[in-house]
Design a protein around this ligand. Sequence first.
Ligand code: PMV
Length: 329
Amino acid sequence: MSNLNPVSAVAHPNIALIKYWGKRNVQLNLPAAGSLSLTLDGLHTTTSVHFDPALDHDKIAINDEILSGSKHQRLSEFLDLVRQRAGISHRATVITKNDFPPSAGLASSASGFAALALAASKAANLDLDPTELSILARRGSGSAARSIHGGWVEMFPGKDDPNGLDSYAVQLHDESHWDLNCLVAVCAQGPKKIGSTEAMMSTAETAPYYPAWIEDVPKTLVEAKLALASRDFSKLADVAEASCLRMHACAMAANPGILYWKGITVDLIHLVRQMRQEGTPVFFTIDAGPHIKAFCTAEAAPKVSETLAAVPGVQKILHATPGAGARII
Ligand code: PMV
């Protein structure tokens, strides 16, 4: 066995403009439809991994919290995928740090599993290409498959491969393609949200609109890709807001209904639309939480940021720009 040295990797979160909501296979974590996202600079997850023959169990810390129970199990099972592939049995020390707040509505699972896939595979002396890394990251979290790449990214749901090897993300345009900014308006937190996997399963099982939602995604994706390729802000705004609202409408139609929004979320939707009507290039998207993510041109960002920050209940604004893919540091 050659040396197994510690390896560190960094990855960024991403925000989907065409949303992923629904799994066709929970065990392999295969999405029921495609999605499209922007990887965000300015927010980082840094993860170091060391497979160490001296350990008798995985030691995993996220932001200085030593994991145990189901959180530990989820990451340890992910490391098992890497161990199996590399033909090793050593346990690992994993140290992860996020430089963005955990409750800001930015999926730390996306940057977290992207950084972990890269650091762990390298630390196990595997040399995976970006597609293999994306497939591996997807096993941790669906959106993590997208954070392997920088810039504008499309996720394929896959179809035929029994092991899900046809479900991975690819880069459509790198981070220099279009300097759209993303302003995250962090809103007041309510009771803990229902986790995305549970919510997706419940939506698929109980929402009468779910088949229509899944059927619609490929068409929406084509429209978004055309708008993105031609940098057509107004078209991208329309299709991204439609995808977001359809995803949430479908989740709300589950039984019991899944409602991530607060009153302030609705207020900010109206505010963003009013700004756009008055000529400011800005649109919104919302994930599994109450926060609004406002996408706008770089020139409009200071004004949008100031306007959102002035709304009572907005706790802070995080400002992100198009970012690079996961990399070794
Ligand atoms: O990858 P997960 O399990 O964190 O699910 C992500 C779901 C959304 O953030 C709501 C949508 C998306 O495409 O990122």
